[in-house]
Design a protein around this ligand. Structure first.
Ligand code: 2P0
Length: 407
Protein backbone atom coordinates (compact mmCIF):
# COMPACT_ATOMS: atom_id res chain seq x y z
CA UNK A 1 0.00 0.00 0.00
CA UNK A 2 1.41 3.41 -0.91
CA UNK A 3 2.06 5.77 1.97
CA UNK A 4 -0.65 8.18 0.93
CA UNK A 5 -3.33 5.47 0.79
CA UNK A 6 -3.02 4.65 4.48
CA UNK A 7 -5.84 5.78 6.75
CA UNK A 8 -4.90 9.17 8.15
CA UNK A 9 -4.69 9.16 11.92
CA UNK A 10 -5.05 12.34 13.98
CA UNK A 11 -1.96 13.54 15.83
CA UNK A 12 -2.22 15.10 19.28
CA UNK A 13 0.55 16.92 21.13
CA UNK A 14 0.92 19.18 24.15
CA UNK A 15 3.18 22.20 24.64
CA UNK A 16 4.20 24.36 27.58
CA UNK A 17 3.97 27.98 28.66
CA UNK A 18 7.24 29.84 29.27
CA UNK A 19 8.07 32.82 31.45
CA UNK A 20 10.86 35.16 30.40
CA UNK A 21 13.54 36.23 32.86
CA UNK A 22 15.28 38.29 30.15
CA UNK A 23 12.41 39.98 28.33
CA UNK A 24 11.61 40.13 24.64
CA UNK A 25 10.00 43.48 23.81
CA UNK A 26 10.30 44.95 20.32
CA UNK A 27 10.66 43.69 16.75
CA UNK A 28 13.01 44.67 13.97
CA UNK A 29 10.82 42.80 11.44
CA UNK A 30 7.07 42.61 12.06
CA UNK A 31 6.30 39.93 9.45
CA UNK A 32 9.06 37.45 10.25
CA UNK A 33 8.86 38.37 13.97
CA UNK A 34 12.53 39.17 14.46
CA UNK A 35 13.35 40.73 17.84
CA UNK A 36 15.57 43.71 18.72
CA UNK A 37 17.21 41.70 21.51
CA UNK A 38 17.78 38.15 22.64
CA UNK A 39 15.68 36.79 25.53
CA UNK A 40 15.72 33.90 27.99
CA UNK A 41 12.92 31.98 29.65
CA UNK A 42 12.01 29.13 31.93
CA UNK A 43 9.62 26.55 30.48
CA UNK A 44 6.85 25.76 32.97
CA UNK A 45 5.66 22.23 33.69
CA UNK A 46 2.83 20.90 31.55
CA UNK A 47 1.31 19.05 34.51
CA UNK A 48 0.02 22.47 35.53
CA UNK A 49 -0.17 24.58 32.35
CA UNK A 50 -0.39 23.28 28.81
CA UNK A 51 -1.95 23.62 25.40
CA UNK A 52 -3.23 20.47 23.69
CA UNK A 53 -3.58 20.41 19.90
CA UNK A 54 -4.96 17.77 17.53
CA UNK A 55 -4.42 17.97 13.78
CA UNK A 56 -5.72 15.63 11.09
CA UNK A 57 -5.71 15.63 7.29
CA UNK A 58 -8.21 13.97 5.00
CA UNK A 59 -8.99 13.87 1.31
CA UNK A 60 -12.62 14.54 2.34
CA UNK A 61 -11.93 17.94 3.93
CA UNK A 62 -12.83 20.85 1.66
CA UNK A 63 -11.03 23.61 3.60
CA UNK A 64 -8.53 24.16 6.40
CA UNK A 65 -10.43 24.65 9.67
CA UNK A 66 -9.51 25.62 13.21
CA UNK A 67 -11.21 25.33 16.61
CA UNK A 68 -9.84 27.17 19.67
CA UNK A 69 -11.14 26.05 23.06
CA UNK A 70 -14.10 24.38 21.34
CA UNK A 71 -15.15 27.34 19.16
CA UNK A 72 -14.45 27.58 15.44
CA UNK A 73 -11.91 30.34 14.76
CA UNK A 74 -10.62 32.20 11.71
CA UNK A 75 -8.09 30.03 9.92
CA UNK A 76 -7.08 32.99 7.76
CA UNK A 77 -5.11 34.75 10.51
CA UNK A 78 -1.81 35.77 8.84
CA UNK A 79 0.39 34.31 11.58
CA UNK A 80 -1.45 30.99 11.51
CA UNK A 81 -1.15 30.98 7.73
CA UNK A 82 2.63 31.61 8.01
CA UNK A 83 3.04 28.58 10.26
CA UNK A 84 0.87 26.34 8.07
CA UNK A 85 2.63 27.42 4.89
CA UNK A 86 6.08 26.90 6.43
CA UNK A 87 5.22 23.44 7.77
CA UNK A 88 3.80 22.33 4.42
CA UNK A 89 6.90 23.68 2.67
CA UNK A 90 9.19 21.76 5.05
CA UNK A 91 7.11 18.62 4.59
CA UNK A 92 7.33 18.92 0.83
CA UNK A 93 11.07 19.49 1.03
CA UNK A 94 11.52 16.42 3.23
CA UNK A 95 9.58 14.26 0.79
CA UNK A 96 11.83 15.37 -2.02
CA UNK A 97 9.22 17.65 -3.54
CA UNK A 98 11.72 20.51 -3.72
CA UNK A 99 11.86 23.71 -1.75
CA UNK A 100 9.07 25.55 -3.51
CA UNK A 101 7.30 28.56 -2.06
CA UNK A 102 4.54 26.69 -0.39
CA UNK A 103 1.66 26.75 -2.82
CA UNK A 104 0.96 23.67 -4.79
CA UNK A 105 0.67 25.23 -8.21
CA UNK A 106 2.57 23.29 -10.82
CA UNK A 107 3.79 20.72 -8.29
CA UNK A 108 1.01 18.86 -6.49
CA UNK A 109 3.61 16.97 -4.39
CA UNK A 110 2.62 13.95 -2.36
CA UNK A 111 -1.14 13.71 -2.24
CA UNK A 112 -1.58 14.09 1.51
CA UNK A 113 0.19 17.45 1.39
CA UNK A 114 -2.55 18.77 -0.84
CA UNK A 115 -5.18 17.63 1.68
CA UNK A 116 -6.83 20.19 3.89
CA UNK A 117 -6.12 20.10 7.62
CA UNK A 118 -8.43 20.34 10.62
CA UNK A 119 -6.86 21.66 13.83
CA UNK A 120 -8.32 21.87 17.33
CA UNK A 121 -6.49 23.45 20.24
CA UNK A 122 -7.33 24.04 23.88
CA UNK A 123 -5.65 25.30 27.03
CA UNK A 124 -6.05 23.69 30.43
CA UNK A 125 -6.02 27.19 31.95
CA UNK A 126 -8.30 30.18 31.38
CA UNK A 127 -7.08 32.23 28.40
CA UNK A 128 -8.37 35.31 30.20
CA UNK A 129 -5.98 34.71 33.10
CA UNK A 130 -3.25 36.24 30.94
CA UNK A 131 -0.83 33.33 31.19
CA UNK A 132 0.96 33.63 27.83
CA UNK A 133 -1.37 31.41 25.86
CA UNK A 134 -0.01 32.44 22.44
CA UNK A 135 3.42 30.98 23.22
CA UNK A 136 2.08 27.56 24.17
CA UNK A 137 -0.53 27.74 21.40
CA UNK A 138 1.83 28.34 18.48
CA UNK A 139 4.51 26.01 19.86
CA UNK A 140 1.87 23.29 20.07
CA UNK A 141 0.55 24.01 16.57
CA UNK A 142 4.00 23.79 14.98
CA UNK A 143 5.05 20.71 16.92
CA UNK A 144 1.78 18.93 16.10
CA UNK A 145 2.00 19.77 12.38
CA UNK A 146 5.63 18.56 12.38
CA UNK A 147 4.50 15.21 13.77
CA UNK A 148 1.61 15.06 11.34
CA UNK A 149 3.77 15.76 8.29
CA UNK A 150 6.87 13.91 9.55
CA UNK A 151 9.04 17.04 9.64
CA UNK A 152 12.14 16.95 11.83
CA UNK A 153 14.86 19.39 12.80
CA UNK A 154 14.82 23.08 13.70
CA UNK A 155 11.23 24.17 14.31
CA UNK A 156 11.60 27.13 16.67
CA UNK A 157 12.07 29.34 13.61
CA UNK A 158 8.57 28.39 12.45
CA UNK A 159 7.00 28.77 15.90
CA UNK A 160 8.60 32.24 16.12
CA UNK A 161 6.54 33.29 13.11
CA UNK A 162 3.36 32.50 15.05
CA UNK A 163 4.34 34.48 18.14
CA UNK A 164 7.84 35.56 19.15
CA UNK A 165 7.76 33.99 22.60
CA UNK A 166 6.45 30.71 21.11
CA UNK A 167 9.91 29.78 19.82
CA UNK A 168 11.08 29.43 23.43
CA UNK A 169 8.22 27.00 24.23
CA UNK A 170 9.72 24.51 21.74
CA UNK A 171 12.21 23.41 24.41
CA UNK A 172 12.03 22.40 28.05
CA UNK A 173 14.01 23.81 30.96
CA UNK A 174 15.94 27.03 30.43
CA UNK A 175 15.79 28.42 26.92
CA UNK A 176 17.38 31.34 25.09
CA UNK A 177 16.01 32.96 21.95
CA UNK A 178 19.04 34.18 20.07
CA UNK A 179 18.01 37.34 18.22
CA UNK A 180 20.12 36.59 15.12
CA UNK A 181 21.35 39.06 12.53
CA UNK A 182 20.13 37.82 9.16
CA UNK A 183 17.30 39.57 7.38
CA UNK A 184 15.65 36.22 6.58
CA UNK A 185 15.51 35.23 10.26
CA UNK A 186 17.18 31.86 9.74
CA UNK A 187 19.51 32.55 12.68
CA UNK A 188 16.75 33.85 15.00
CA UNK A 189 16.14 30.61 16.85
CA UNK A 190 15.62 29.17 20.32
CA UNK A 191 18.17 26.97 22.05
CA UNK A 192 18.11 25.08 25.30
CA UNK A 193 20.53 26.47 27.88
CA UNK A 194 19.89 23.74 30.47
CA UNK A 195 17.31 20.94 30.69
CA UNK A 196 14.34 20.93 33.10
CA UNK A 197 16.21 18.52 35.39
CA UNK A 198 19.09 20.97 35.83
CA UNK A 199 17.81 22.87 38.90
CA UNK A 200 15.47 20.47 40.71
CA UNK A 201 14.82 22.75 43.71
CA UNK A 202 13.51 25.63 41.60
CA UNK A 203 9.79 26.42 41.96
CA UNK A 204 7.52 28.89 40.21
CA UNK A 205 4.54 30.41 42.03
CA UNK A 206 2.04 32.28 39.89
CA UNK A 207 -0.20 34.84 41.58
CA UNK A 208 -3.24 35.39 39.39
CA UNK A 209 -4.29 38.94 40.16
CA UNK A 210 -7.92 39.95 39.88
CA UNK A 211 -8.19 42.44 37.05
CA UNK A 212 -11.02 43.62 34.85
CA UNK A 213 -9.38 46.10 32.52
CA UNK A 214 -8.42 45.18 28.99
CA UNK A 215 -4.71 45.85 28.62
CA UNK A 216 -2.70 46.91 25.59
CA UNK A 217 -1.76 43.70 23.74
CA UNK A 218 1.92 42.75 23.50
CA UNK A 219 2.13 43.04 19.72
CA UNK A 220 0.73 46.59 19.62
CA UNK A 221 2.45 47.61 22.86
CA UNK A 222 5.92 46.67 21.71
CA UNK A 223 5.36 48.42 18.37
CA UNK A 224 4.69 51.71 20.16
CA UNK A 225 7.70 51.11 22.43
CA UNK A 226 9.99 50.57 19.42
CA UNK A 227 8.69 53.78 17.85
CA UNK A 228 8.92 56.00 20.92
CA UNK A 229 11.13 54.67 23.73
CA UNK A 230 14.79 55.69 23.84
CA UNK A 231 15.19 53.55 26.93
CA UNK A 232 14.14 50.48 24.93
CA UNK A 233 16.83 51.21 22.30
CA UNK A 234 19.47 51.64 24.98
CA UNK A 235 18.34 48.48 26.73
CA UNK A 236 18.47 46.36 23.55
CA UNK A 237 21.90 47.63 22.58
CA UNK A 238 23.74 48.16 25.83
CA UNK A 239 21.98 46.19 28.58
CA UNK A 240 20.54 42.92 27.30
CA UNK A 241 23.66 41.41 25.66
CA UNK A 242 25.55 41.48 28.96
CA UNK A 243 22.53 40.34 30.97
CA UNK A 244 22.02 37.33 28.67
CA UNK A 245 25.56 36.13 29.41
CA UNK A 246 25.11 36.78 33.15
CA UNK A 247 21.75 35.02 33.33
CA UNK A 248 23.09 31.93 31.57
CA UNK A 249 25.95 31.78 34.02
CA UNK A 250 23.68 32.20 37.08
CA UNK A 251 21.49 29.36 35.81
CA UNK A 252 24.43 27.11 35.08
CA UNK A 253 25.80 27.78 38.59
CA UNK A 254 22.35 27.45 40.21
CA UNK A 255 23.08 30.77 41.92
CA UNK A 256 19.62 31.79 43.17
CA UNK A 257 20.80 35.05 44.74
CA UNK A 258 22.18 36.31 41.43
CA UNK A 259 19.44 34.71 39.27
CA UNK A 260 16.71 36.23 41.44
CA UNK A 261 18.18 39.73 41.56
CA UNK A 262 18.74 39.86 37.81
CA UNK A 263 15.24 38.49 37.14
CA UNK A 264 13.67 41.28 39.23
CA UNK A 265 15.83 43.99 37.66
CA UNK A 266 14.91 42.73 34.21
CA UNK A 267 11.20 42.81 35.00
CA UNK A 268 11.56 46.30 36.42
CA UNK A 269 13.45 47.56 33.37
CA UNK A 270 10.87 46.05 31.02
CA UNK A 271 8.11 47.91 32.86
CA UNK A 272 10.26 51.04 32.87
CA UNK A 273 10.41 50.86 29.06
CA UNK A 274 6.62 50.57 29.06
CA UNK A 275 6.43 53.76 31.11
CA UNK A 276 8.97 55.34 28.73
CA UNK A 277 6.70 54.46 25.80
CA UNK A 278 4.59 57.38 24.54
CA UNK A 279 1.73 57.30 25.34
CA UNK A 280 2.84 55.20 28.33
CA UNK A 281 1.72 51.62 28.90
CA UNK A 282 0.93 50.34 32.41
CA UNK A 283 0.81 46.62 32.98
CA UNK A 284 1.42 46.55 36.74
CA UNK A 285 -1.54 47.47 38.92
CA UNK A 286 -1.68 48.30 42.63
CA UNK A 287 -1.75 44.63 43.61
CA UNK A 288 1.30 43.90 41.44
CA UNK A 289 3.12 46.72 43.21
CA UNK A 290 2.05 45.39 46.60
CA UNK A 291 3.50 42.00 45.61
CA UNK A 292 6.79 43.66 44.62
CA UNK A 293 6.95 45.41 47.99
CA UNK A 294 6.07 42.20 49.86
CA UNK A 295 8.84 40.26 48.10
CA UNK A 296 11.39 42.94 48.99
CA UNK A 297 10.27 42.99 52.64
CA UNK A 298 10.46 39.19 52.76
CA UNK A 299 13.95 39.15 51.24
CA UNK A 300 15.01 42.05 53.45
CA UNK A 301 13.93 40.19 56.55
CA UNK A 302 15.91 37.11 55.52
CA UNK A 303 18.89 39.17 54.46
CA UNK A 304 19.06 37.47 51.04
CA UNK A 305 17.10 36.93 47.85
CA UNK A 306 14.72 34.08 48.67
CA UNK A 307 11.94 35.09 46.26
CA UNK A 308 12.15 36.86 42.88
CA UNK A 309 9.27 38.36 40.93
CA UNK A 310 8.74 38.90 37.24
CA UNK A 311 5.75 40.43 35.43
CA UNK A 312 4.83 40.33 31.74
CA UNK A 313 2.21 42.28 29.81
CA UNK A 314 -0.32 42.07 32.65
CA UNK A 315 -0.65 42.36 36.42
CA UNK A 316 -0.04 38.67 37.32
CA UNK A 317 3.10 38.01 39.34
CA UNK A 318 5.34 35.04 38.57
CA UNK A 319 7.61 34.30 41.51
CA UNK A 320 10.70 32.13 41.55
CA UNK A 321 11.92 30.53 44.75
CA UNK A 322 13.60 27.37 45.95
CA UNK A 323 11.57 24.46 47.26
CA UNK A 324 12.44 25.17 50.91
CA UNK A 325 10.91 28.66 50.75
CA UNK A 326 7.52 27.75 49.26
CA UNK A 327 5.50 26.82 52.35
CA UNK A 328 6.53 29.87 54.36
CA UNK A 329 6.07 32.31 51.49
CA UNK A 330 2.66 30.92 50.52
CA UNK A 331 1.50 31.46 54.10
CA UNK A 332 2.70 35.05 53.91
CA UNK A 333 0.79 35.54 50.62
CA UNK A 334 -2.37 34.00 52.12
CA UNK A 335 -2.23 36.41 55.04
CA UNK A 336 -1.50 39.39 52.80
CA UNK A 337 -4.15 38.64 50.17
CA UNK A 338 -6.70 36.36 51.83
CA UNK A 339 -9.22 34.74 49.45
CA UNK A 340 -12.70 36.25 49.58
CA UNK A 341 -14.48 33.15 48.30
CA UNK A 342 -13.69 29.54 47.33
CA UNK A 343 -10.78 29.48 49.74
CA UNK A 344 -10.41 25.73 49.13
CA UNK A 345 -9.51 26.51 45.50
CA UNK A 346 -7.06 29.28 46.33
CA UNK A 347 -3.99 27.04 46.12
CA UNK A 348 -3.60 25.05 42.90
CA UNK A 349 -0.84 23.04 41.25
CA UNK A 350 1.92 21.28 43.18
CA UNK A 351 1.14 20.56 46.85
CA UNK A 352 2.03 23.09 49.53
CA UNK A 353 2.41 22.17 53.20
CA UNK A 354 0.93 24.30 55.97
CA UNK A 355 3.53 26.52 57.59
CA UNK A 356 3.70 28.60 60.74
CA UNK A 357 6.04 31.51 60.07
CA UNK A 358 7.66 33.11 63.11
CA UNK A 359 5.97 36.14 64.70
CA UNK A 360 9.13 38.05 63.96
CA UNK A 361 8.80 37.34 60.24
CA UNK A 362 5.10 38.11 60.17
CA UNK A 363 5.46 41.43 61.94
CA UNK A 364 8.34 42.38 59.65
CA UNK A 365 6.64 41.59 56.34
CA UNK A 366 2.86 41.85 56.77
CA UNK A 367 0.89 45.02 56.22
CA UNK A 368 -2.90 45.44 56.17
CA UNK A 369 -4.39 42.46 54.33
CA UNK A 370 -6.08 43.09 50.96
CA UNK A 371 -8.85 40.45 50.70
CA UNK A 372 -9.74 39.21 47.22
CA UNK A 373 -6.85 40.98 45.46
CA UNK A 374 -5.43 37.67 44.28
CA UNK A 375 -7.78 35.16 42.65
CA UNK A 376 -5.64 32.08 43.11
CA UNK A 377 -2.10 30.75 43.36
CA UNK A 378 -0.59 28.14 41.07
CA UNK A 379 2.59 26.34 42.08
CA UNK A 380 4.67 24.74 39.33
CA UNK A 381 8.28 24.09 38.36
CA UNK A 382 10.44 23.95 35.22
CA UNK A 383 9.24 21.30 32.80
CA UNK A 384 9.86 19.61 29.44
CA UNK A 385 9.19 20.85 25.90
CA UNK A 386 6.34 19.72 23.61
CA UNK A 387 5.39 16.04 23.62
CA UNK A 388 3.40 13.66 21.47
CA UNK A 389 0.35 12.19 23.23
CA UNK A 390 0.01 8.50 22.33
CA UNK A 391 -3.34 7.96 24.06
CA UNK A 392 -6.02 8.13 21.32
CA UNK A 393 -8.69 9.08 23.87
CA UNK A 394 -6.96 12.48 24.14
CA UNK A 395 -7.64 13.48 20.53
CA UNK A 396 -9.67 16.68 20.35
CA UNK A 397 -11.04 15.73 16.90
CA UNK A 398 -13.13 12.66 16.16
CA UNK A 399 -12.97 10.26 13.21
CA UNK A 400 -15.11 12.72 11.21
CA UNK A 401 -12.50 15.45 11.76
CA UNK A 402 -14.84 17.52 13.93
CA UNK A 403 -14.45 18.43 17.61
CA UNK A 404 -15.41 15.56 19.87
CA UNK A 405 -18.41 16.50 21.95
CA UNK A 406 -18.50 13.31 24.00
CA UNK A 407 -15.27 13.88 25.92
C1 2P0 B 1 8.52 37.76 26.81
N1 2P0 B 1 6.46 39.10 26.35
O1 2P0 B 1 9.75 37.74 26.59
C2 2P0 B 1 7.84 39.13 26.75
C3 2P0 B 1 7.86 39.84 28.06
C4 2P0 B 1 5.64 39.90 27.20
C5 2P0 B 1 6.56 40.59 28.11
O2 2P0 B 1 6.85 37.81 24.59
O3 2P0 B 1 3.93 39.93 18.85
O4 2P0 B 1 3.02 37.49 22.57
O5 2P0 B 1 3.36 37.53 19.24
O6 2P0 B 1 5.73 38.23 19.04
O7 2P0 B 1 5.38 36.82 21.98
C6 2P0 B 1 4.77 38.77 24.64
O8 2P0 B 1 4.94 38.93 23.27
O9 2P0 B 1 4.38 38.90 21.01
C7 2P0 B 1 6.09 38.53 25.19
P1 2P0 B 1 4.35 38.64 19.45
P2 2P0 B 1 4.41 37.89 22.20
O10 2P0 B 1 7.88 36.74 27.13
Amino acid sequence: MAEDDKPLAPVTCTAPVNIAVIKYWGKRDEDLILPINSSLSVTLHQDQLRTTTTAVISRDFTEDRLWLNGKEADVGHPRLQSCLREMRRLARKRRGGGDSNGDNSGDPGPLSLAYKVHIASENNFPTAAGLASSAAGYACLVYTLARLYGVEGELSEVARQGSGSACRSMFGGFVQWIMGENADGKDSVAQQVAPETHWPQLRVLILVVSAEKKLVGSTAGMQTSVQTSLLLKHRAKAVVPERMAQMIEHIQQQDFEAFGKLTMKESNQFHATCLDTFPPIFYLNDVSKQVVALVHRFNGHHGKTKVAYTFDAGPNAVLFMLEDTVDEFVEVVKRSFPPEKNSDQFLTGLPVEAAAPSEELLSAVLTDPVPGAIQYLLLTKPGPGPVLVEDASCHLLGADGLPRSNR
